[in-house]
Design a protein around this ligand. Structure first.
Ligand code: 3H9
Length: 707
């Protein structure tokens, strides 16, 4: 029939198999071939019913997202899937959709155009389009409320979370769960329904009567809160609302209008960039043939905030883990926190008691190195100090088996120097988790100069098992994320010294879309953390170059941020911030003592100073090869630092603003604040001069690496 769609017969049942690896996306030619197969089976007098099923790991993961990129660039015309879906729905013989893996986006829209849907027990259905900044564009917002009811459709289309088989059955999205072999179960189902008039979902209007305006109002409120700044969720709600007041065809036309607007928005470009960026991180030049080893047992040194979170991450992924501390008191405290965190999840209904018990049972707390010789990976999460880290690495090197990876959770220190304390520098690397480690998705995997390809490949594969996004970073102070954070936080502090309030700085970046403002983030992380790092690197400060003055003074006054109730802001018992007059007075006095002129500063300047400092540093570490791709930097900032996904990450944001504009603004800042802090990265100057983008730099690099 076609390379991607096969039509076969099982006695009186036609079977259409979609085989478009890896995920059966509806790439050009696939819908046409499915339609041709349906029409051929409909015209075959020996066929009573038609089954559509996916080969490989999934039913259909949706439209081919790569095609959207081409449409938006004007390289391809947009095409509607509606005539294809109508051809399925109007087929005179029953069409049964057999779902395994995922029926996502256009995949669920195809499934809903069929007359019946059956589902394998572990499968999922969903309309995740909003995560790409678009809405369902092939009648999903019109058919889903007719099958599942308005409230469920609003929830699924506006927030994009998938639902499992049980929930899909309860909602009316599917007709039966098939336990056991899917095709055999679907054939049996087909034989039961043959003879009945094939029901059309576009005509099932009974569930549309529940159009309580409160459903839409509450979804809009929730979208404004949890999808702050994003337009697609609101468009999705509007499209489902249209289903409740317009006939099916008019509802589809309205949906198509909204879909087009979303598809051509900068937000959608950014979110699609983020989708592919996350999948590009694992493609590392030179590592293609390297086999990762399996990690079956782990050990963690340190049961503090980071060590505890890392221990939970392993236990959550089914890995038995030893956690070691130096005193019984610290060990007990660490285990109590782990238990409290799990119990909190059980209380909120996110985890069953049995699952919690299983996870706790995987954790062995102890004060000795017993059992460390069986670990496949040992992660060190002790205080940030080189002497201590080297001592720990020398100790574990003496005990660990030769194939064991020794990883440091350091956020700033030199991996090569740490590795020099061992006899196996090839097996030493950084595993920089982000706090809380059991929650945050980012894992920076830091390559030292001797780190072996096997150790990197193993950690990259292991990151996936841990449900993290592993990003490879080169070895430098702060790696990718924290090295860029330095200039970002520096500017936030300079801005308050120059006259902005702490609240102004936090609000401007929050309004830009950051999960929280920079000074609020410092208060959350603990000002003592930065203070300790500054002590470690004091010898590297360049004489005559301006340094922020206030943060050290706050620390010396015992103000460490949220944990002490006072830092840049003051915090009540529920950790709500309010301006701290003493901090503001300290800032004013420090500025005046330092001869810093104070003035009114606009929100635009606050955002530009902070975000452009981030971008400029990103360009430098891209050129140095610390990051493999600009998109890797974006993945770091989206998953570890609360950068708004709908802006695509700092480097993609720079592309959308235009590198010429970024360069011009950097030069303004250079003139005003000095070359030492603001000289534009040479790479940025080169790209801007040629009218290029960071994304085009990535494409050139990938082509040069043969990828
Ligand atoms: C849509 O349908 C709009 C409609 O309303 C129609 C409007 C007209 N297209 O994630 P993985 C690639 S919008 C193209 O690592 P997993 C992916 O890039 C779409 N490519 O696997 C990767 O490629 P590579 C709505 C796609 O097992 C490879 O497949 N649908 C697509 O961890 C493996 O992906 C979605 O948003 C695609 N649709 O997870 C679903 N999907 O190997 C998006 C994947 O070269 N997809 N690829 O790096 C997913 O959520 C996950 O991929 C899925 C599998 C759960 C399916």
């Amino acid at each position: 029939m076609s390379e991607t769609v096969r039509l076969t017969r099982h006695e009186e049942i036609a079977i259409i198999t979609i085989d478009n690896p890896p995920v059966n996306a509806l790439s050009p030619g696939v819908p046409e071939a499915i339609q041709a197969a349906v029409e051929s089976a409909a015209g075959d007098p020996g066929v009573n019913a038609i089954i559509v099923i996916g080969a490989g790991r999934t039913f259909i993961a949706g439209a081919d997202i790569r095609e959207f990129v081409k449409i938006v660039k004007g390289e391809k015309p947009a095409r509607s899937l509606l005539p294809f879906l109508t051809a399925i729905e109007t087929c005179p013989k029953p069409v049964i959709m057999a779902i395994h893996g995922q029926a996502f986006g256009g995949g669920l829209e195809v499934a809903m155009a069929g007359h019946y849907r059956v589902i394998a027990s572990g499968a999922q259905v969903g309309q995740p389009e909003v995560k790409l900044g678009i809405i369902p564009g092939a009648a999903g917002t019109q058919r889903l409320p007719r099958l599942a009811g308005v409230a469920k459709a609003v929830e699924m289309c506006a927030f994009g979370e998938p639902v499992g088989a049980e929930e899909a059955l309860a909602a009316g999205i599917v007709d039966r769960i098939i336990e056991g072999e899917l095709l055999a179960g679907t054939v049996a189902f087909a034989r039961e329904i043959v003879g009945q008039a094939p029901p059309r979902s576009s005509r099932r209007d009974s569930k549309l009567s529940d159009r309580d305006p409160a459903i839409f109002a509450s979804a809009r409120r929730q979208a404004q809160k949890t999808k702050r700044g994003q337009t697609a969720p609101l468009a999705a709600i509007e499209a489902v609302e249209a289903a409740t007041r317009l006939p099916f065809d008019e509802g589809c036309a309205h949906e198509a209008d909204l879909f087009r607007q979303c598809l051509h928005s900068t937000q959608s470009k950014a979110l699609i960039h983020a989708f592919f960026a996350e999948r590009a991180v694992s493609k590392i030049p030179g590592l293609a043939g390297t086999q990762p080893s399996e990690i079956r047992r782990a050990a963690v040194i340190g049961a503090g905030t980071m060590g505890g979170g890392i221990t939970m991450t392993y236990a959550n992924a089914g890995i038995p883990v030893i956690v070691k501390e130096t005193s019984q008191e610290a060990l007990d405290r660490g285990m109590a926190t782990i238990r409290k965190n799990y119990a909190g999840s059980v209380k909120k209904g996110r985890l069953t008691q049995t699952a919690m018990d299983e996870r706790m049972a995987r954790i062995t707390p102890q004060l000795t190195y017993d059992g460390f010789d069986e670990a496949d990976i040992i992660v060190e999460a002790v205080f940030e100090g080189m002497a201590l880290k080297k001592q720990v690495f020398a100790e574990i090197d003496a005990i660990a088996k030769p194939s064991c990876i020794l990883a440091s959770n350091t956020s700033y220190l030199d991996i090569d120097e740490i590795a020099s304390a061992t006899r196996r520098p090839g097996m030493v690397l950084g595993n920089h988790f982000f706090s809380p480690a059991n929650v945050m998705r980012l894992l920076e995997i830091v390559r030292g100069k001797a780190t072996s390809p096997e150790a990197i490949a193993t950690c990259m594969a292991f990151a996936r098992k841990l449900k993290k996004v592993g990003v490879l970073a080169g070895n430098c102070r702060g790696f990718i994320g924290n090295r860029m954070l330095g200039p970002y936080l520096r500017e936030a502090q300079f801005l308050v010294e120059e006259g902005a309030t702490v609240g102004d700085v936090n609000q401007a970046l929050y309004d830009f879309g950051m999960a929280m403002g920079p000074l609020a983030m410092s208060d959350l992380a603990g000002l003592d953390v930065g203070w300790r790092i500054r002590q470690e690197f004091r010898h590297l400060e360049r004489p005559g170059v301006r340094q922020p003055l206030v943060a050290d003074l706050l620390c010396e006054m015992g103000r460490y941020g949220q944990k002490t109730g006072r830092g840049w802001s003051q915090y009540d018992e529920s950790r709500n911030p309010s301006p701290d007059p003493e901090t503001e007075a300290l800032i004013e006095k420090t500025a005046s003592d330092g001869g810093i002129e104070r003035r009114h500063i606009t929100a635009e300047e606050i955002v530009d100073r902070c975000v452009l400092a981030l971008i400029n540093e990103g360009a430098k570490l891209l050129e140095e090869g610390i990051a493999l791709r600009a998109s890797d930097i974006d993945v770091v900032y989206l998953n570890g630092y609360g950068f708004p996904a709908w802006r695509g990450g700092p480097m993609f944001y720079a592309d959308t603003v235009g590198l010429d504009h970024i360069l011009a603004r950097l030069k303004e800042f250079e003139e005003r604040h000095g070359t030492a802090l603001w000289s534009p990265a040479p790479l940025l100057q080169r790209l801007a001069g040629r009218g290029n983008t960071f994304s085009s730099f990535d494409q050139e690099a990938a082509a040069a690496a043969g990828g």
